[in-house]
Design a protein around this ligand. Sequence first.
Ligand code: IDC
Length: 480
Amino acid sequence: MKSLGAWRTWAVGAVVLAVAAALLVAVGPRGAGAGEADTASGHRWITDRQGRALVLRGLSTASSAKQAADGMPWIEEKDVARERRALGTNFVRFLLQWRSVEPAPGTYDRAYLERVAERVRWYGERGYHVLLDMHQDLYGPKVGGNGAPAWATETDGLTSAATDPWELGYAEPGTVRAFDRFWGTVEGGGRDLRGHYVGALREVARFFADDDTVIGYDLMNEPWGGSVQGPAFEAGPLARLYQDGIDAVRTVDRNHWIFVEPSAIGANWGFANGLPRLDDPRGDGDAARIAYAPHLYPLPMDLGDGYTGDAKGQVDASLRSWRAQTEKTARRLGAPVVIGEFGLDVGLPGAMEYVEKVQRMADEMGAGIAYWSNDPGSWAPWDADRNPTALLPVLDRPYPRAVAGDPVAYRWDARGRALTVSWRGNRGARGGTEVHLPARHFPDGGRVTGGEQRSWDPKSRVLTVVSRPGANSVRITPRG
Ligand code: IDC
């Protein structure tokens, strides 16, 4: 328990830091009017090829890729098929590793990208949208983490010890120095590491530019500032890396979305962040395709707690604050929102109540979700023996996969067994609104009021609906 005590001490220190940072940040909503849809949350939507607004629901694939020699996650094609069948998901956040993309300076591994493309195809054939996530934790394997290649890890002889929990490793000297070298915030060092990183992002984008299953690129998982923290980091080195990354991607890929994350410490718990608005060479407003993908781990959960009614209201307060901060940042960035990660050990007390709560919040916000993660085990919908966990029925939930208009609201009322979806206009979208109706709630399909059923595929469990002229809301209840 000593390590947990140390972690708590460190966490409290970080909270103080983050609060101070929040107070110092004076970034108002700049250009907030640009390109906003008429939604409750006032943010924009990622659309599919038919111009329909996408409600993204899925998981990350997968933590196992971090350690794999070939950089591949544990999944086989049959696992993708099972995930589609059992959960009705339409989204996956797929982990990439810089070490695999660029194994030697300036050398890009095409065979690796082809292996990724094969897996992207497995998802694409089942109607998924894939977010390619340039993942790292604790910088790279040379300092006890994952992500960066050894040749891009400069520590000046400083080392990092293993910690429990793993997040504490961000404060280990070797890791701090590796980040400082990467950002170029300490004197010395040889290579232009961030320049290499931007080059690796560009090569990934070049390879996938014409792949329609790919929805976009997550430029860096949970960026860490090393010895530079708070707004000094986010509005400084981080914003510069993102801008260079966006510019580089756009030289080879005009169309895919580019997802950015805040610095995780603080933002994951619901504190403010100083990420400034970024420019998309595609243009301003509706032309821009920059999305915001913060992670959600309220502090008690980050420390391994369950959600036992939340007697002191800490988690609920954290969720409220996280939502307010996320919406504020999304407005500043002119960006749609995807919860890039949230998750916990499903065996913890109240865990499923918490997951339900986050899903309801995401629905209210019009935010996408990538649950962390699908690695078989205690956090996942399947355990190590591939038996379903308590999470599976909670994630397998009715939702609109794609909305032919600007979504106003959608809600699954579990008690009343009704999915309601309302929208405005039709944004020139082709095709109807698609909803996922799980067998557990809609064994014989759905009965539509306020609109007309166009099609129903009991195998994929997708119902397509069009609203009556002038109407903008449908209600779907179980048939029979
Ligand atoms: C965790 C994995 C765990 C692994 C650790 C370090 O679940 O098995 O040991 O990474 O690589 C994040 C990170 C994400 C973490 C996840 C859960 O983005 O990589 O995965 N988490 O700890 N931020 C907050 C939580």
